[in-house]
Ligand binder design. Structure first.
Ligand SMILES: *Cc1c(COP(=O)(O)O)cnc(C)c1O
Length: 436
């Protein structure tokens, strides 16, 4: 295994996470287990806050909740001064239940339901990011009925092609998200929103994709958005006071990945924005970003217990673990690649190449192909790194596998943030029709 950072290893040759021995964590909480390192999460949050401080227009980082939204996470990010992005009534409910300041919550989505919109307006959510023509009238009607004036942003497609997987690209013209700018749909949306007395237009929004390593697409986004802001002013007289650039900053999944530090992306964007504003003589708009993956991704490690090992002579060795695509669907969904190690044999030479199989009834349920590991035996604890984003939040109960527990670790302490699902949890919503 080649890891990209400095892993902590104790005198027993065990992996240390947040000051805790990973083998002890596995024994105490069971496997599969999601482990989240609090200091890593807070460190990234602070990097973003620091990078934005000092920008003359002011700004804010929002955590894109869809990456990993649970009640305890709301507490961590709020204490770091970040806001929150939600994309459904369910995510909004988590934030409300956590007592999160709803003024700092933004609602996204390409097909928000009338119920989502009503819940958000009623709750006094900070922004609703309008994504379609139909939503303008729908939201305006709901806000009017509730006697509110709702602050909104409008999402546009900046037409930027970021080099990332097809399914996590979002800024291109052929996308289900947002309004086009070349085709006049964005401008029409702006006029329609301005014509609604129950909506107050504040911001312009885009999100160009996810797991992006290059700086150029982010610089391009700054140029496109600022120029569009000026175009809207020219054509309608309206001036956006806030530009939201979404998330998308890449992280390490393997040693080959080469992301910059999260705050370096932000600094580059702010330098570009400041320079452009100076050049055009405009007041710098309030700057918003919505990182998700980069805040929690590298903070997470999943611990599994190795079960059956099957060697097919001259072909491959399958090492099966007690987890699967149910706790990490990303490899099956978009060929995501991960790095792993044996948590109890961190000092042992990596002499074998094996493939890590999940336990569900799908041949495609492979967590890692061709991983280099020490001699592996049943009962070993396998650690898969960088599982903090889009693992727990995308988990399913396929094959009726309960969701693993989630543990927070810091300074040698470990406590649950989410309990492991029980078998009772798996059937608690089952009901039997009367004729059976
Ligand atoms: C997914 C998403 C994000 C976060 O993306 P990451 O790649 O996880 O940083 C931010 N904003 C919007 C609108 C999104 O859909």
């Amino acid at each position: 295994m080649t890891h990209w950072g400095n892993l902590s290893i104790n005198e027993k040759g065990h992996l240390i996470l947040g000051g805790c021995d990973a083998i002890d964590l596995a024994a105490r909480f069971g496997t599969p287990l999601y482990v989240m390192e609090e200091d890593t999460i807070r460190g990234v949050c602070r990097g973003y806050v620091r990078a934005i401080n000092g920008y003359p227009g002011g700004g804010k980082a929002l955590f894109a909740g869809k990456a990993f939204l649970i009640t305890a996470m709301c507490k961590i990010i709020e204490s770091e001064g970040l806001g929150l992005d939600v994309v459904s009534g369910g995510e909004l409910y988590v934030a409300m239940n956590a007592g999160f300041d709803l003024k700092n919550v933004y609602l996204h989505g390409n097909n928000k339901t009338p119920e989502d919109l009503r819940m958000a307006v009623k709750a006094g959510i900070g922004r609703i990011v309008i994504d379609s023509a139909n939503e303008i009238g729908l939201l305006a009607g709901i806000a009017k009925e509730l006697g509110r004036i709702q602050d909104v942003s409008v999402r546009i497609k900046p037409g930027i092609e970021a080099h990332t997987h097809e399914y996590i690209k979002t800024g291109q013209v052929d996308s289900k998200f947002g309004f086009g700018i070349g085709d006049g749909q964005g401008m029409r949306a702006v006029r329609d929103i301005l014509a609604q007395p129950s909506l107050s237009l504040i911001g312009l929004h885009c999100h160009i994709g996810s797991q992006i390593f290059e700086l150029q697409p982010f610089r391009d986004a700054v140029d496109v958005m600022l120029n569009y802001m000026l175009k809207v002013e020219q054509e309608t007289g309206f001036v956006f006071s806030e530009i939201n650039f979404g998330g998308g900053y890449g992280i390490h999944y393997t040693a080959e990945d080469a992301p910059l530090r999260p705050d370096e992306y932000v600094k580059t964007m702010l330098d570009e924005l400041t320079a452009l504003c100076n050049k055009k003589g405009v007041t710098p708009p309030f700057f918003v970003i919505e990182p998700g993956r980069s805040i929690v991704g590298e903070a997470g490690t999943t611990l599994y217990t190795v079960g059956d090992i099957k060697t097919i002579p001259d072909i491959r060795t399958y090492v099966s673990v007690d987890g699967s695509m149910a706790d990490n669907p990303r490899p099956a969904l978009y060929q995501a690649v991960y790095t792993c190690a044996l948590a109890g044999k961190m000092d042992a030479p990596e002499e074998t190449v094996v493939s890590i199989a999940g336990r569900t009834c799908e041949s495609g349920d492979m967590l890692i192909w061709n991983a280099k590991l020490p001699e592996t035996q049943a009962g070993d604890v396998l650690a898969v790194f960088s599982t903090g984003a889009y693992n727990y939040s995308m988990a399913s109960n396929y094959n009726k596998l309960p969701h693993p527990a989630v543990v927070l670790v810091k300074d040698g302490r470990a406590e649950l943030m989410v309990k492991r699902q029980s078998y009772d949890d798996l059937i608690k919503n089952d009901v039997i029709p009367s004729w059976l």
